[in-house]
Ligand binder design. Structure first.
Ligand code: AVI
Length: 328
């Protein structure tokens, strides 16, 4: 059975279970290193907890990126120019978009999101703030190539992908996404993308393991969701949130660590964990100038300008989809 959450299509079985969620959880718990895709962190409670995280004193990325958007408006305007259609990939970030739109005087705004709820909210919000600006929401999975509305076909495009969400993807997925963004926007388009930077391990770990325990709550919420939606009996209080720096891959990893040997069932299947064994729930890759350039180039985007916040913690990069050319 297929139902809609907002406008989003969700495949459910006869008992109402999201079949993709069940498949990912059962497969992930059966692996040697248990791992569940981070997308399942974002049910309603998880999405609210992420909003709370962005307000935490330790979680610098949201404020650092907003600072760049606030301070560098004139440079964006000069380099990007007026009259572009701004296509935002994942339109949840209502705070950042107005900062960009007021700086560059676009001709249209195209919020693109898989969730109809977010999409409608973002479109209504922006239409109110920018009364003369045509807004054309598109409900689609931005991980695939998307057909843009006919109204913006002849306008030059600017893709906007803030928040360092690209960092939540492993390299292969990130490159696939950048390539499909290039297909969606076309040759000649620009992309303004947020990428968080490699920095002192203590600063990074604090950002993903805050003193108030909000990120721990965000992480363990995944287990509460499994217990509720997949008839699980995982003892949530025996799984301890941990943020780890993986230096080989330059990423912060979120894990849930078993504080003692555990046995539990999910959807009628039995699983066990040794004390100290973990469930890996998220990667958040961090970049430097060279790795961000390399990733963008691999995805078909030539970096043109790069801005950091005043403390050098976060980068916003402007890149262009240049026509293919032969290179040495
Ligand atoms: C959404 N994403 C960019 C956040 C990040 O920083 O990787 C998700 C997050 N996870 C824990 N804290 C925030």
């Amino acid at each position: 059975m297929t139902t809609r959450k907002g406008l989003k299509l969700v495949e459910r079985d006869e008992s109402g279970v999201d079949t993709a969620f069940r498949a990912d959880v059962l497969e992930g718990l059966s692996q040697e290193q248990k791992a569940i895709p981070a997308r399942w962190l974002y049910d309603d409670a998880g999405s609210q907890l992420f909003e709370d995280i962005t307000q935490l004193p330790e979680y610098y990325p949201t404020r650092a990126e907003a600072e760049i958007l606030e301070d560098r408006g004139e440079e964006f305007a000069r380099l990007i120019g007026e009259g572009r259609a701004v296509v935002e990939f994942g339109s949840g970030s209502s705070v950042k978009t107005p900062l960009l739109l007021s700086a560059i005087a676009p001709s249209a705004y195209v919020p693109l999101d898989i969730s109809g709820d977010f999409l409608r909210a973002a479109a209504a919000d922006l239409a109110e703030k920018f009364p003369g600006l045509p807004v054309h929401p598109v409900e689609a999975d931005f991980m695939r190539q998307v057909e843009l509305p006919a109204e913006v076909a002849d306008l030059p495009k600017l893709g906007f992908f803030p928040g360092s969400t690209i960092g939540n993807m492993v390299a292969r997925t990130a490159v696939d996404l950048l390539r499909s963004m290039r297909e969606t926007l076309g040759v000649g388009a620009r992309l303004l993308i947020g990428m968080d930077l490699i920095k002192d391990e203590e600063v990074l770990i604090a950002a993903y393991d805050d003193a108030a325990g909000v990120t721990a709550e965000f992480n363990t919420n995944m287990i509460r969701r499994i217990n509720r939606e997949l008839d699980g009996d995982i003892p949530v209080e025996k799984l301890i949130h941990e943020a780890r720096w993986n230096d080989d891959f330059a990423r912060v990893e979120m894990h849930l660590v078993a504080s003692e040997a555990l046995e539990f069932t999910v959807d009628g299947q039995s699983f066990g964990m040794q004390m100290g064994e973990t469930i890996h729930t998220e990667n958040s890759h961090k970049f430097n100038r060279r790795t961000s350039n390399m990733l963008l180039l691999a995805g078909g985007w030539e970096p043109q300008a790069r801005w950091l916040d005043s403390k050098g913690r976060f980068s916003l990069i402007l890149a262009e989809a240049k026509p293919p050319r032969s290179a040495p």
